[in-house]
Write a protein that binds this ligand. Sequence first.
Ligand code: ATP
Length: 330
Amino acid sequence: MIEVEHLSKIYGATAAIQDVDFSVESGEILGFLGPNGAGKTTTMRILSGYIPATTGTAKIAGYDVHEQSMEVRRRIGYLPETPPLYPDMTVEGFLLFVARIKGVVAGDRVSRVNWAIERCQLGEKRKVLIRKLSKGYKQRVGIAQAIVHDPPAIILDEPTVGLDPKQIIEVRNLIKSLAGEHTIILSTHILPEVSMTCDRVAIINRGKVVATDTPNNLMSHLTQRGGYELELEGDMTKIESLLNNIPGVFKIQINPEITDNESDRYLVHVMTESDIEIGRDIANLIVNEGLGLYEMRRSRATLEDVFLDLITEESGIETKNEETSPITED
Ligand SMILES: Nc1ncnc2c1ncn2[C@@H]1O[C@H](COP(=O)(O)OP(=O)(O)OP(=O)(O)O)[C@@H](O)[C@H]1O
């Protein structure tokens, strides 16, 4: 349904996005995940026909977003970061207006607006002026204007930003309920958003897509690596060099935050090259060297680890070996 190939957008000396490739199947929700400034909004704006790409192509339902922009606009709904709402119109009046400018034939407009109002649970607010709505309801109106013409593809830029936890759950449920009959791209910098809402995720960093897969597959790549979480007392440099010398240790992260002001306690994350058991070696070494051991447990990779692994060149205090990203695709 959505195909993006070698897409780049250059502003002077800045490449906002570079050689971006991904595709989204019909009925799927793709999460476009990246830190601030990664290039998410730029990609969304190119896909929705608001700005042209410098190079590369993007197609929606087979239509080129630049060459056939009118065809594309009929087939997509777009929720930008700031929803384009008219505050002095009622919810219903605004949606009727949007239905008209999006080309819904006159005889279908009322039923399309009723459908969008129902899907977005706006029934009790239909006669209310938009400026009187809470942020969460405004966001629902933003989504309603994106779906009122029943587009097969929906592009949502950070749809839950600024909402309270209850509103976030409601908007996520709404998005999930739209999948299947619609193809959705959702940009976000919030990790739980992706694991809770999306079928697949494309991770973008500094303008480049660094991985595309299901959240579970992304995690399983890293769970082939194991690790241990420790709370230790002792000299930080000594802890670091001792642990780094244990065979099978891939990387050490020491949280310099002292958990007890009276002593040198550190939270240490020992990552191993594979899911090997070296807990005994670690415990023996710590005891033999006279370090204090307050806590020790196995750790498993989370989506957050995958994300940080992909977007961070160096994290923690030191690494043993060269950083490797087993799921990097570029
Ligand atoms: N009109 C512009 N002129 C110059 N540089 C731009 C322009 N628009 C975006 N950029 C740059 O392109 C890069 C990507 O920006 P973009 O807004 O797409 O990122 P983002 O992932 O959406 O970030 P955020 O989550 O902060 O909105 C940034 O470095 C940004 O400064």
